[in-house]
Design a protein around this ligand. Structure first.
Ligand code: BTN
Length: 266
């Protein structure tokens, strides 16, 4: 895969490492990040044999169809702020995909950063920190899998009801260029990363909210401390999910998986 002809960024993706097949691009990125590799390095593969997602789930990674890549960033902010970059990445990918869908269909983000089209997941993001706690050497790995050219019949039975691809949603007959989509995403990411560094999360929260599929939804959050149920009120200025519990109390959720129950009765 040759990204160069399409790349418009200042630094993200300038160092681009492509593999035909790897276990996981996040695993490779992890090793390189430990060695202090340049900020903006992107590790990409045509195929993953052990692609994985949040909560130890597998990520379906067949060859010749999709994008699997990991971006290495070196933010100098404290870890709690760095975790906001998972929202930044979600907005960057949603913006990239929306441009392909035009007005017809709306890309949605399910907190923190699952990207959906038409109630099915099209992209997943797994962020991992390396050397956390040392501002100088810490690295953030943003691992992204996007279903690009996957046809309906190629989706395994157990994922059919919950997964989709850009190719399916825009009802294409020819394959989309993965190189061009990746280059466009890297530009969207770099722009927002620089904006986040200079101005914080503010403007990105507004964008995130415009993609959110959680407005007024009742959800269950699976937190390390147990499950909580509540109505989504939006995001806090730090990017945490604000919930109203049945007791009327407000609680914020900073990490974990969520499941949508219903639209709020209010
Ligand atoms: C999720 O939705 O749970 C996150 C999925 C992340 C998958 C990507 S594919 C590229 C990178 N390498 C991995 O092993 N995982 C991420």
């Amino acid at each position: 895969m040759d990204l160069k002809p399409f790349l418009t960024t200042k630094f993200v993706g300038k160092h681009f490492v492509f593999f035909d097949s790897v276990d996981s691009t996040n695993r490779i990125a992890h090793d390189l990040a430990e060695q202090g590799i340049d900020e903006g390095t992107v590790i990409c593969a045509d195929h993953q044999t052990a692609g994985h997602g949040r909560q130890g789930r597998q990520w379906f990674s067949p060859p010749e169809r999709n994008l699997y890549f990991s971006v290495i960033l070196a933010p100098k902010q404290a870890a709690i702020q760095v975790s906001q970059l998972s929202l930044v990445a979600g907005v960057a990918i949603a913006t990239t995909l929306q441009k392909y869908l035009g007005e017809d269909k709306k890309v949605g983000i399910k907190w923190p950063n699952d990207v959906w089209i038409d109630q099915k997941k099209c992209c997943g993001i797994l962020c991992e920190m390396v050397n956390a706690g040392n501002i100088e050497t810490q690295r953030l790995i943003i691992g992204i899998g996007v279903n690009i050219n996957l046809a309906k019949k190629e989706i395994p039975a157990e994922l059919k009801e919950i997964s989709t691809s850009l190719f399916i949603e825009i009802e294409e007959i020819t394959y989309l260029s993965r190189e061009i989509i990746l280059a466009q995403f890297l530009q969207e990411l770099e722009t927002r990363y620089l904006q986040w560094q200079q101005q914080g999360l503010g403007a990105i929260l507004t964008e995130w909210d415009s993609f959110s599929i959680l407005h007024q939804k009742n959800i269950v959050a699976d937190m390390p401390s147990g499950k909580i149920t509540g109505e989504v009120l939006g995001l806090s200025p730090e990017g945490c999910l604000r919930l109203r519990l049945s007791t009327g109390e407000e609680q914020t959720v900073s990490a974990g998986d969520i499941h949508i129950l219903s639209i709020s009765s209010k």
